[in-house]
Design a protein around this ligand. Structure first.
Ligand SMILES: Nc1ncnc2c1ncn2[C@@H]1O[C@H](COP(=O)(O)OP(=O)(O)OP(=O)(O)O)[C@@H](O)[C@H]1O
Ligand SMILES: [Mg+2]
Length: 113
Protein backbone atom coordinates (compact mmCIF):
# COMPACT_ATOMS: atom_id res chain seq x y z
CA UNK A 1 0.00 0.00 0.00
CA UNK A 2 1.00 3.58 -0.59
CA UNK A 3 0.05 6.93 0.80
CA UNK A 4 -0.56 9.62 -1.78
CA UNK A 5 -0.29 13.12 -0.40
CA UNK A 6 -1.18 15.90 -2.80
CA UNK A 7 -0.83 19.60 -2.09
CA UNK A 8 -3.15 21.30 -4.55
CA UNK A 9 -4.99 24.54 -5.23
CA UNK A 10 -8.25 24.71 -3.24
CA UNK A 11 -10.27 25.46 -6.37
CA UNK A 12 -9.13 22.18 -7.95
CA UNK A 13 -10.39 20.02 -5.12
CA UNK A 14 -14.07 19.66 -6.09
CA UNK A 15 -13.39 18.38 -9.58
CA UNK A 16 -10.68 16.04 -8.27
CA UNK A 17 -13.04 14.71 -5.61
CA UNK A 18 -15.72 14.03 -8.19
CA UNK A 19 -13.29 12.19 -10.44
CA UNK A 20 -12.01 10.10 -7.53
CA UNK A 21 -15.57 9.14 -6.54
CA UNK A 22 -16.39 8.12 -10.11
CA UNK A 23 -13.36 5.80 -10.07
CA UNK A 24 -14.52 4.22 -6.83
CA UNK A 25 -12.08 5.89 -4.45
CA UNK A 26 -14.03 6.87 -1.38
CA UNK A 27 -11.58 7.17 1.48
CA UNK A 28 -9.60 10.34 1.76
CA UNK A 29 -8.54 13.00 4.22
CA UNK A 30 -8.49 16.68 3.36
CA UNK A 31 -7.01 19.52 5.34
CA UNK A 32 -6.17 23.12 4.86
CA UNK A 33 -2.47 23.70 4.49
CA UNK A 34 -0.11 26.56 3.89
CA UNK A 35 3.33 26.42 2.44
CA UNK A 36 5.71 27.52 -0.22
CA UNK A 37 7.66 25.99 -3.06
CA UNK A 38 10.39 27.16 -5.35
CA UNK A 39 9.01 30.70 -5.55
CA UNK A 40 9.15 30.90 -1.74
CA UNK A 41 5.52 31.93 -1.54
CA UNK A 42 5.87 34.88 -3.87
CA UNK A 43 2.90 34.84 -6.22
CA UNK A 44 3.97 37.73 -8.37
CA UNK A 45 1.83 40.06 -6.27
CA UNK A 46 3.54 43.00 -4.60
CA UNK A 47 2.20 43.24 -1.08
CA UNK A 48 4.22 46.19 0.10
CA UNK A 49 6.10 44.06 2.62
CA UNK A 50 9.80 44.30 1.74
CA UNK A 51 11.03 40.74 1.14
CA UNK A 52 8.93 38.94 3.70
CA UNK A 53 8.28 35.32 2.72
CA UNK A 54 4.61 34.48 2.32
CA UNK A 55 2.84 31.22 2.92
CA UNK A 56 0.34 30.37 0.24
CA UNK A 57 -2.92 28.61 1.26
CA UNK A 58 -3.39 25.16 -0.26
CA UNK A 59 -5.42 22.02 0.26
CA UNK A 60 -3.73 18.79 1.33
CA UNK A 61 -5.37 15.56 0.16
CA UNK A 62 -4.22 12.27 1.68
CA UNK A 63 -5.21 8.83 0.40
CA UNK A 64 -4.04 5.32 1.21
CA UNK A 65 -4.31 3.08 -1.84
CA UNK A 66 -3.11 -0.17 -3.39
CA UNK A 67 0.30 -0.13 -5.07
CA UNK A 68 -1.38 -0.85 -8.41
CA UNK A 69 -3.50 2.30 -8.25
CA UNK A 70 -0.70 4.78 -7.75
CA UNK A 71 -0.14 5.71 -11.39
CA UNK A 72 -3.91 6.09 -11.99
CA UNK A 73 -4.23 8.46 -9.07
CA UNK A 74 -1.22 10.48 -10.16
CA UNK A 75 -2.72 10.85 -13.65
CA UNK A 76 -6.06 11.89 -12.18
CA UNK A 77 -4.51 14.49 -9.89
CA UNK A 78 -2.39 15.94 -12.67
CA UNK A 79 -5.40 16.04 -15.02
CA UNK A 80 -7.61 17.88 -12.54
CA UNK A 81 -5.11 20.06 -10.71
CA UNK A 82 -2.83 21.32 -13.45
CA UNK A 83 -3.18 24.83 -14.78
CA UNK A 84 0.31 24.77 -16.30
CA UNK A 85 1.38 27.64 -14.09
CA UNK A 86 3.66 27.84 -11.05
CA UNK A 87 2.01 26.83 -7.80
CA UNK A 88 -0.04 23.91 -9.12
CA UNK A 89 1.30 21.85 -6.24
CA UNK A 90 3.04 18.54 -5.66
CA UNK A 91 2.36 14.87 -5.08
CA UNK A 92 4.30 12.84 -2.54
CA UNK A 93 4.15 9.02 -2.42
CA UNK A 94 5.03 7.10 0.76
CA UNK A 95 5.08 3.40 1.62
CA UNK A 96 2.40 2.34 4.13
CA UNK A 97 3.00 -0.48 6.59
CA UNK A 98 -0.53 -1.35 7.65
CA UNK A 99 -4.11 -0.10 7.89
CA UNK A 100 -6.63 -1.12 10.52
CA UNK A 101 -10.38 -0.56 10.25
CA UNK A 102 -11.24 0.12 13.87
CA UNK A 103 -14.84 -1.16 13.64
CA UNK A 104 -13.97 -4.64 12.35
CA UNK A 105 -10.30 -5.13 13.08
CA UNK A 106 -9.70 -5.79 9.35
CA UNK A 107 -6.15 -5.07 8.31
CA UNK A 108 -4.15 -4.22 5.22
CA UNK A 109 -5.83 -4.24 1.79
CA UNK A 110 -9.16 -5.31 3.28
CA UNK A 111 -9.21 -2.27 5.52
CA UNK A 112 -8.41 0.20 2.74
CA UNK A 113 -11.35 -0.41 0.40
N1 LIG B 1 9.55 20.25 -1.21
C1 LIG B 1 8.36 20.45 -0.65
N2 LIG B 1 8.08 19.91 0.57
C2 LIG B 1 6.88 20.08 1.15
N3 LIG B 1 5.88 20.79 0.61
C3 LIG B 1 6.11 21.35 -0.59
C4 LIG B 1 7.35 21.21 -1.29
N4 LIG B 1 7.26 21.88 -2.45
C5 LIG B 1 6.02 22.38 -2.49
N5 LIG B 1 5.33 22.09 -1.38
C6 LIG B 1 3.96 22.46 -1.06
O1 LIG B 1 3.24 22.55 -2.27
C7 LIG B 1 2.67 23.83 -2.44
C8 LIG B 1 2.71 24.21 -3.89
O2 LIG B 1 4.04 24.15 -4.33
P1 LIG B 1 4.41 24.65 -5.79
O3 LIG B 1 3.45 24.05 -6.74
O4 LIG B 1 4.54 26.13 -5.79
O5 LIG B 1 5.84 23.92 -5.95
P2 LIG B 1 7.08 24.46 -6.80
O6 LIG B 1 8.22 23.53 -6.50
O7 LIG B 1 7.30 25.91 -6.50
O8 LIG B 1 6.64 24.23 -8.30
P3 LIG B 1 6.21 25.39 -9.35
O9 LIG B 1 7.50 25.94 -9.90
O10 LIG B 1 5.38 24.68 -10.37
O11 LIG B 1 5.43 26.43 -8.59
C9 LIG B 1 3.50 24.73 -1.53
O12 LIG B 1 2.76 25.86 -1.13
C10 LIG B 1 3.82 23.81 -0.38
O13 LIG B 1 2.72 23.76 0.50
MG1 LIG C 1 5.84 27.33 -6.77
Amino acid sequence: MKKVEAIIRAEAFLSLREALCLRGFSGLTVSEAAGCGKQKGKQGIFRGNKFELQLVPRVKVEMIIDDGQVEDIIDLIVEHCSTDTVGDGKIFIYPVEDVIRIRTGERGKKAVL
